[in-house]
Ligand binder design. Structure first.
Ligand SMILES: [Fe+2]
Length: 422
């Protein structure tokens, strides 16, 4: 079975099409309508305009299909009560599995087709939002037989039957604002990213109260995902005048608010700010891409079954160091964080030290060997790590192209916790 991102023409065209010189001059700033705050799903009579004004007028049948999972279905009553107050009939499907396996997507799409909704609502973390996007795609386009071959360059003509609303319950993936969805091809044991501008949700509802019970380790992991998105979105050549300020602001916000949310999950302001940080980082990388933190992190996550955010956050220092031979855009991050940088080299050193301190404060090891991965297991799985990292689509957006041999060196250095010096 092939995947759209293995098409050699696309692989060669993508970096060119997304380069600053082209996209910086011609870009589409596509975002959902975003509602944020603790009153976005009001339970009482509304005072003034509400979220409902963005939903109800778009629906004739007013049939809402809510996609969620076993954990997040606890938030469904608040959501459905709100929707029912606006005249919606709701169906809640809570069977989403972690990492959105393809067969799980098909099951959801079949239920959707039976219910015939005119609004799809994703209520959950990254897996739920990604699965909802893919199931909605199959609901709209039952003629599509292979999700892995959906090309970002061909029109899909979605929104003939329903539109998409995303309600995140973690502050991490930013999937509520991106056209990306990462699925799992269980048969091939592979992650399959799909990406299309038409998959960007129509409405994003950010209710920070839903994140209050996220435990500390997951708060750290999801927060580091935000940081990896934001930092990559600054240093990628595809960054532009729209995405850069959002990415830099997200970096500032993560450094300020993630430690507070990690220390005290009930800190409402910290949760609120992290939800916004996640969202604006999502808008930035959704349009400009993230790069090697995610190529390395996807490989690590797949091979050692590590949480996505933890895996990509771990690789922030390595990515900054690897890219410094071709870009000094890390100086923008130094400036945002008020980190001394008398020259690019000094700035990089100080920035990497700051990121490492940050990782330590979140109890994240700085070497792969400290994750409990023994040397023999590492050597045995290294070829697969290298294959996945080198083949990962996010490498398209790296300022410095990477070879398989360099991927192997990065992994070896990361295992020992050494500075990347090549
Ligand atoms: Fe991510």
């Amino acid at each position: 079975m092939g995947y759209w991102f293995e098409d050699p023409i696309l692989r060669n065209l993508a970096p060119l099409a997304l380069s600053t010189s082209i996209r910086g001059l011609s870009t589409i700033f596509g975002t959902p309508r975003i509602f944020v705050g603790t009153n976005v799903l009001p339970s009482g009579p509304p005072i003034g305009p509400t979220t409902m004004d963005a939903l109800a007028p778009r629906c004739v049948a007013k049939r809402a299909f809510v996609v969620t999972d076993e954990f997040n279905q606890r938030y469904a009553p608040k959501l459905t009560a709100f929707l029912e107050s606006g005249g919606f009939t709701c169906s809640v499907w809570d069977q989403t599995l972690p990492e959105a396996p393809m067969e799980n997507v098909s099951d959801c799409a079949a239920e959707m087709a039976a219910f015939e909704p005119d609004m799809i609502v994703a209520l959950g973390g990254g897996s739920v939002m990604d699965l909802a996007k893919a199931a909605w795609l199959l609901y709209e386009r039952p003629d599509i037989e292979d999700l892995g071959m959906v090309s970002p360059l061909e029109p899909l003509n979605l929104r003939q039957k329903a539109f998409l609303v995303a309600v995140p319950t973690t502050s991490g993936t930013g999937s509520e604002c991106t056209g990306a969805a990462v699925l799992t091809d269980s048969a091939a044991h592979r992650k399959v990213p799909i990406a299309h501008a038409e998959l960007v949700p129509d409405v994003a509802i950010l209710e920070p109260e839903f994140t209050l019970t996220v435990p500390p380790a997951l708060t750290a992991g999801t927060g580091l995902d935000v940081l990896a998105h934001a930092m990559d979105a600054v240093t990628t050549p595809a960054a532009n005048d729209y995405t850069l300020p959002l990415a830099l602001r997200a970096v500032e916000m993560v450094f300020e608010w993630l430690p507070k949310a990690y220390q005290d999950g009930g800190d409402r302001e910290a949760r609120h700010r992290m939800m916004i940080a996640s969202n604006i980082a999502g808008i930035a990388f959704g349009m400009s891409g993230c790069h090697l933190t995610h190529s390395f992190g996807h490989a690590l996550g797949a091979v050692f079954e590590m949480h996505h955010g933890l895996a990509v956050g771990f690789f922030i220092p390595h990515t900054l160091q690897f890219c410094q031979t071709v870009t000094d855009k890390h100086l923008l991050i130094c400036k945002a964080l008020d980190i001394p940088a008398s020259d690019p080299g000094q700035g990089l050193e100080n920035l990497v030290a700051r990121v490492r301190e940050f990782l330590i404060s979140l109890e994240v090891p700085l070497a792969l060997k400290d994750f409990g991965i023994g040397p023999e297991e590492f050597e045995e799985k290294l070829p697969q790590l290298v294959e996945f990292a080198h083949g990962d689509i996010d490498g398209f957006f790296s300022p410095r192209p990477i070879t398989a041999a360099q991927c192997e060196m990065v992994m070896r250095y990361a295992y020992e916790g050494k500075d990347i010096d090549f």
